[in-house]
Write a protein that binds this ligand. Structure first.
Ligand SMILES: [Cu+2]
Length: 102
């Protein structure tokens, strides 16, 4: 029992500073397109279009284009390294964004 509590407390403290940051996708735009987060944070892209699918393609990480996601679906990625990470939407290359991890 003590072991379980210890593991629980450890995981709680480990996650204290990591947060989720939401980027909405609407009218073929990432909103906001530029975000700054901290190491360990997770970005969740939510498609709030009426009918348009998209994806979030970090070409420096993913050789292959990720799957599309549709209205009311989302996509997420956790950033464990600092840096500036540009991305775009595969089917709509004019849709671009950047995640700055500090
Ligand atoms: Cu798109």
């Amino acid at each position: 029992m003590l072991k379980i509590i210890t593991v629980f407390l450890f995981s709680l403290s480990f996650n204290t500073f990591a947060k989720d940051v939401v980027v909405e996708i609407y009218k073929k735009k990432f909103i906001p397109a530029h975000i700054t987060i901290e190491k360990g944070d997770t970005v969740i892209w939510k498609n709030i279009e009426k009918r348009q699918y998209h994806n979030v393609w970090f070409k420096q990480f993913d050789k292959e284009e990720p799957d599309y996601f549709f209205p009311d679906e989302s996509y997420q990625r956790t950033f464990n390294k600092t840096g500036e990470f540009a991305y775009e939407c595969g089917p709509h290359p004019k849709m671009t964004g950047i995640v700055i991890v500090k």
